[in-house]
Design a protein around this ligand. Structure first.
Ligand code: NDP
Ligand code: 2IT
Length: 455
């Protein structure tokens, strides 16, 4: 736990024991502790007015997943050598609907990371208002450098265990880091074969030709930019003419870049784990997509193929002066020093496309400097919200148009913004979207838990 978290979000007497239990039960899970601390530290003004939540042990129950699944994933690589990875699915809460949340394939995946993501997902999904519970899963498998055949065999092995825990009314996964359309195809295909059911609603992010919803691919990045637009609108400002800094070059980053450009801003950066590129002429989205979605190559190639761009190996993408920042790579990627650099360069708003990309000290620095700051569980909720729209379309055998789906996404993001904004106002922390999102999400979950009894 960091000093800054304790300083800015001191835990009250009523929640300290809950956190102590988390520390005792999960001593080696720093990301999970970080996510829990943020929620416990920001909802106190509301808990003071709602002692019934504390008395009913809502917090004690919420920090303990309903079910945790860990499993062996054996597969043969192209040379015939046996590889073993670890698979996870943490089913955190089904009080509002079937478990829902992505699968992450990345070598850094461990229990702490999947639990932090699953915990965040409960409140994020509640904020969407779409009737979905919270879960997360994945594996420490690294798809980078693996052949198509290896990725397919891995996905088949992964799903040959996970399938028994899934279902349209039980648990509905989607993508996350390292899990995109390709992997979802292999995972869905395996589920269909084993269960002998073409159960469209058991996975979201499917191809649009076989049950996938329009706009699901674009939804997270678009939603994060819509959220920035909503925050700016409160102050009669807009995205037009703004420079936007984006980290990552995957699903979220690419469509954040696209939407920023469509709204009259200029996205000037993108990155991957090797470094970042700056393109003052504005990111050429066709080139970036070709490199990342088709060739699956490194970001340096962008600078090699575009005269207006330069590549910086290592270093921090947040050194580049921008008006709006949309961190869209991974957790804890934006440090206090990065926040200070952005603030010194006059950043106006930060909208987290990734989950928990800003360290707590960075969040505190933004808030103290008066920078509009949107936490991931609100700002990136457009992805899972559109997943829920995909589930609705699957259940009713409908297909909505791109325009209708995007309008619905825009409405949902505005509703999430307003829910967070209004909760912050109501509980005496105006403008604090972190507290507002946590309070609004928590209240929806807690109300349902009270109604459904001790279970
Ligand atoms: P992708 O796998 O499509 O892209 C991830 C990008 O982030 C890549 O450019 C990757 O670079 C970079 N990255 C990942 N890990 C690291 C790391 N440890 N250090 C530096 N760069 C890293 O994933 P998504 O775009 O789907 O996800 C990005 C973020 O958004 C994650 O935090 C995810 O949880 C969150 N998110 C995603 C949603 C979705 O719908 N996909 C919904 C809501 C949130 P490299 O290839 O070099 O690893
Ligand atoms: O973090 C997330 O919200 C996601 N990866 C998307 C989850 C989903 O079920 O669409």
């Amino acid at each position: 736990m960091t000093a800054t978290q304790t300083e800015f979000h001191p835990l009250t007497e009523s929640v300290q024991p809950v956190f102590d239990t988390v520390l005792a039960r999960s001593p080696h899970e720093p990301e999970f502790q970080q996510a829990v601390h943020e929620v416990l530290g920001t909802i106190s003004p509301m808990l003071e007015q709602h002692p019934e939540y504390v008395e009913a042990g809502i917090l004690e129950r919420l920090v303990e997943p309903e079910r945790q699944i860990m499993f062996r994933v054996p597969w043969l690589d192209d040379s015939g050598k046996l590889q073993v990875n670890r698979g996870y699915r943490i089913q955190f809460s089904s009080v509002l609907g079937p478990y829902k949340g992505g699968l992450r394939f990345h070598p850094s995946v461990n229990l702490s990371i999947i639990k932090f993501l699953g915990f965040e997902q409960i409140f994020k999904n509640a904020l969407t208002g779409q009737g979905i519970g919270g879960a997360k899963g994945g594996s420490d498998f690294d798809p980078h450098g693996r052949s198509e055949a290896e990725v397919m065999r891995f996905c088949q092995s992964f799903m040959s265990e996970l399938y028994r825990h899934l279902g349209e009314h039980t648990d509905v996964p989607a993508g996350d880091i390292g899990v995109g359309g390709r992997e979802i195809g292999y995972l869905f295909g395996t589920y269909r074969k084993i269960t002998n059911r073409h159960e469209s609603g058991m996975f979201t992010g499917k191809g649009t030709g076989w049950g996938g919803a329009e706009v699901r691919t674009e939804a997270t990045g678009y939603g994060a930019v819509f959220f920035a637009q909503e925050m700016l609108a409160v102050h009669n400002e807009s995205l037009a003419g703004k420079r936007v800094g984006i980290s990552g070059s995957g699903n979220v980053a690419i469509y954040a870049i696209q939407k920023a450009a469509q709204l009259g801003a200029t996205a000037v950066t993108a990155s991957d784990s090797s470094g970042y590129i700056v393109d003052d002429a504005g990111i050429d989205l066709d080139l970036l997509r070709q490199l990342k979605e088709v060739e699956r190559t490194r970001i340096v190639e962008y600078a090699n193929r575009r005269a207006s761009a330069r590549f910086v190996e290592g270093g921090s993408v947040w050194d580049v002066p921008v008006d709006i920042a949309v961190p869209s790579a991974t957790q804890n990627e934006l440090s206090l020093a990065d926040a200070e650099a952005l603030i010194a360069n006059g950043v106006r708003a930060v909208s987290e496309g990734a989950n928990m990309p800003c360290v707590p000290e960075a969040v505190a620095a933004f808030q103290q400097a008066g920078v509009l700051f949107a936490p991931g569980k609100a700002a990136n909720a457009g992805g899972v919200a559109t997943s829920a729209l995909e589930m609705s379309q699957n259940a009713s055998r409908q297909r909505w148009t791109f325009a209708d789906s995007e309008n619905k996404l825009r409405e949902i993001m505005a509703d999430i913004h307003d829910a967070a904004f209004n909760a912050a106002e109501k509980y005496g922390v105006p403008g604090d979207y972190v507290a507002g999102a946590n309070i609004a999400g928590f209240q929806r979950v807690a109300t349902a838990m009270l109604a459904q009894g001790v279970i």
